[in-house]
Design a protein around this ligand. Sequence first.
Ligand code: ZN
Length: 750
Amino acid sequence: MSQQAVHFAPFNVSVDISFWQELGSRKLDVLKLSTPEIPVTGVFIAGADGKTPGEVRLDRLSLEGHLEGKDSKEVLVYGRVLNFNTLEDFKKFDRIGAAQKVAAEVEEAAASFSTVSGRFPLTALTRFLVLSFMDLKKYKVHYSVTVPAVHHEDPNCAVSLERLPEAVSEALTSTQRDRLLQFTETDQHSLTSPQVYAIDLSSPSDVPPVALRDGPDMAAACSQQQEEVGGKSVFLVLVDPCGADGVLSWVWRNFFLWFSKTLSAGGKGGNWYCRVLVKKCKGFTEENFKLWTIRIPEYPQPGKSVPAAGWLFFLSGPGKKSSTVSSLDLAHFLDATALQANAVELNVKLIKWRMVPELEPERISQLQFLLIGAGTLGCAVARGLLGWGVRHFTFVDSGRVAMSNPVRQSLFTHKDAAAEGCSGLPKAVAAAERLREVRPDIHAEGVKLEIPLPGHTATAAPHPPPGGQEGSAGLLGSVQKVRSLLESHDVVMLLTDSRESRWLPQVLLAAASSSSSSSQADSSSPHQNGVEGKAGARAPLGVTVALGFDSFLVLRHAWGDPEGPTGRKKMGCYFCNDYAAPADAQANRTLDQQCTVTRPGVSSMAASLACELLASAVQHSGGFGAPPTTEDRGDVGCLGAAPQAIRGFLNDFRLSPQQTDPFEHCIGCSDGVVKAVQEEGDEFLLRVLRDPVELERVSGLSEFKEREARRAEAMATQMGKEGGVGGVEGGVGDGGLLSLEEDDEEDAFF
Ligand SMILES: [Zn+2]
C-alpha cells in the first residue's frame, strides 16, 4: 500500500477561569512588574466520549503544582506561563523562537532519557508554553499556547501507516490476542507511561514478552524485523488519550521522535516498523483495541533542522477566522459585585507597583468607620474612603434629606429629598443605602440619632419610648448609644456642622484613648497601632472636620500615650482653642447663621484631605498614634507627612499643616474633663448636657477665666497709671482673648 501519514489529533488546551484569576492575583500581589516564566502543571484529560482528542486543562491548582490526580485517566503535563506587562510586549514576542526553545527541551529530554523499567513517562516528552497579557483593568486576557511537536520537514520522513489499523480479533489469533491483552490489561499506568515490548507472537504462549528498556535493547529486538512486518515484533502498547478513531493523540508525536532517536543511539539507523497496540481510552472493551502497523522514520541527521509545529489555533467564534491568540473576557464569568470589588482592590494595589511599594492598603481598608454627620462632609468622606477600599461604614445623623441637599451632598438624589411627601428620607439611612448602591458588597448602615448637645436637653431625647419617657432617660439612652457606637468602630469621623455636637464624641474618644493607653502597657502588642480593624484596636481614633465659609479644618485626635517611648508632644484637640463651654449655639441665630453657609468646594476639599490625612497616618508604623509630622518631615510613613491638623483657606488658596498645643483647661481633652468622664461616666456627662457651666468648672476654665480677667484688669489699671490709651477695649470682656494672644497662643480654629 502507499504510505499514509499517521494523523495526529490537534492539541487542545483549555484554560479554566480560575487559572486566570489566580494568575491575576499573583500578578497584583507577588509578580507586580516582573515577568518570570512560571512553572505550570496541566492535567491531561482523556477524550473519553469517543470524539474529542483529549486536552490539557489548566486551572487554579496548575500554578501550585497539581497532586497526582486520583482519576487514572489523568496525566500531568508540565509547562510554563509567561505573562507580559503590556499588550505590545505580548504581540512582539518572538513566538517562533519560543516554540523552538521548548521543542529543543523536548529533544534534549529525548536524547538523555533512559529507563530501567521499560516504562516511558509520557509527560517527559510533552511541554507547553503559555504567553499571556492580562488587562486587569478591563478584565480581558489575551493568550497563546504552544505545545511543540518536533517533526521532520521531509514528508517522507513522517511517521506513516504501513497497514490500516486492524481489529485485534482479525489481526491476531485468539491465542496471540489473549497473550497480548492479558499482559497489557495488567498495566494500570499505561496512559502515563507507555511501555515498549518485544513479543514473538508465533512463539509458544509461555514465552514472556520482553520489556525494552533503552536504545540497544530496542535496536536488538528490532534488527530481525527491519525488513519484515509480522512474526516477532516490537510492540508499542499505548493507551491513547485521544478518543477519536483513526488518529493518534498529539502527545505521541514526540514519543515517536524519542523512539527513533533512541534506536539511532542504539546503533541502528534507518526506518523502523512497529506494531502499536492502541487502546482507545473511551472504553477498554475489545473493539477499542486496534493494531497499528507503522513506520517510524530514521531520526534526522545531526544538524538537520527539526522544526517545531507551532502555536495552537483558537476559533474566535462561529464563522470567524481562527487565530493563535485567544481573547477572553473575564467579566462574563464574574458577577458585577465581584468585578467591582476586584477593580477597587486593583486600584489600590496598583499604587504598590511603582509608586509606593511599601504601602499596606489593609491598614486603612480593614478599618471600620463611624461617620457622625451624613451631610456634605459625611457623603464626601464616605466616597473618599471607598476609594481606599474601606468596606465598613456606619452613618449617624438625625436629619432628613432636604431639597437643598442633593446638589452638595454627593450621595443623595432628588428622589431622596422628595420621598415621604417631600419630607425626605432619613439622612443616615439614605446615605448607607446610596453607598451600597455605589459598592454593593460593603457593610453600610445608618443610625438615626441626634447627638446630645450641652445645653440642649430639650432636643436630646430622639428615641422616647412609647408612653413618653422624655428627659434624662432619653438623654441617657442617647449618650449610651453614642458610646456604644464609638466603641464598636475603629475610626470616628466628626463631620457635623456645629461645634457643640462634637463635644460628646470628643470627650468620649479622649477618655477611651487615655484609659486604654494607661491600661495597656505592652507597647509591643501588634494591636498597639490600632490599624488592624476592630478586633485589634484599643480605642477608636477620632478625626474632626469643620468648615467655615471659605476655610476648613481637618484634625486628627491625639491617640494613645503621648508620654510613651516616642517622647512626642501631647496634641491638642478641636476645643483646645475655645474659651467657653459649648452652649445652645442654634438659638437666636438668623437663617444664614443656622445653615452651614460655605463655598461649595470647601466640603469636598476638606473631606478629601481628611481621608488622605488618615491614610498617611495609618501607614506610619505608629498607626493611630503616628507622631504629627514636623517641618523637617523626619519621621514619616510611606505616604509622606501626616500633620496633626490641616487648615485650608480658599480666599488665598492656601493649605497650612498645623499642630495644636493642648490647653490645660480644655473642655474637650483636659485632664480634669477626661478624669471626670472616666470616673463619673454618664453621671458627669448628663450633668454637663443639662448645664454646660459644669464643664467650665470641671475643666478649670471658669477659674482660669476669672484669673485672666483679673490680670487684664490689673494691666488696664497699670496702663492707665502710665497714661497709655486704648489697647484694652474689646479684649478684656471677651473671655481674656487679648491675654491669650499675648501668650502667643494659636488662633482659635473657628
Ligand atoms: Zn482639647
